[in-house]
Design a protein around this ligand. Structure first.
Ligand code: AKG
Length: 183
């Protein structure tokens, strides 16, 4: 899939066999809370942030933290492919099909105007849904497979929202890394 706003590259790395396991062990995963209409819930996934700057988003604030070894190498590979540099990565670990992420755009002001956000996935294939902010009811799904790179190009966050919905299908663990550039 390749369009003005999105690009999907399957089989991104030539050797990705051990990455899921390595990232599971290497990253300091946290179960974080989120407040919705005044009520506090655990986020339905494990999360981590690595980056040169702190990052503030709806799930709270993350302090700056160094890139771990494998994440740094992945960042380099994604930078080469997308011809962009990144100084932060939000990591999500979905334990099974019940873990998810709600509708949102990556439009925090630290990302600047028209950011590029590059999303690398390992582990279980999950459906990623995208909907237009302008044309209500216009949405589509993309299968994010193991070792796929999905690039959300400039303009995408302004025009579209995305979600990683729950599924009742049996699903194993999945790790997703979204590389971002903060100002
Ligand atoms: O896990 C995914 O593919 C979605 C991640 C995402 O939407 C985000 O980090 O903003």
């Amino acid at each position: 899939m390749n369009s003005t706003y999105f690009e999907l590259i399957d089989d991104f790395l030539s050797d990705s066999d051990t990455i899921l396991e390595t990232l599971t062990d290497e990253v300091s995963w946290e179960e974080r809370e989120i407040k919705i209409f005044g009520k506090t819930y655990n986020q339905p996934r494990l999360v981590a942030w690595q980056g040169d700057l702190p990052y503030k988003y709806s799930g709270g604030i993350w302090s700056a933290a160094p890139f771990s070894e494998t994440v740094y190498l992945l960042k380099k590979a994604v930078e080469l492919e997308t011809e962009t540099t990144y100084n932060g990565v939000l990591l999500n670990l979905y334990r099974d099909g019940r873990d998810s992420m709600g509708w949102h755009s990556d439009n925090e002001k630290e990302l600047g105007v028209a950011p590029i956000v590059s999303s690398l996935s390992f582990g279980a294939e999950r459906n990623f849904r995208i909907r237009s902010k302008r044309e209500k009811g216009s949405s589509f799904s993309i299968a994010l497979r193991n070792n796929s790179l999905f690039v959300m190009k400039p303009g995408c966050q302004e025009l579209y929202e995305h979600t990683l919905p729950k599924t009742s299908k049996p699903k194993g663990i999945r790790i997703n890394l979204t590389f971002r550039k903060l100002y």
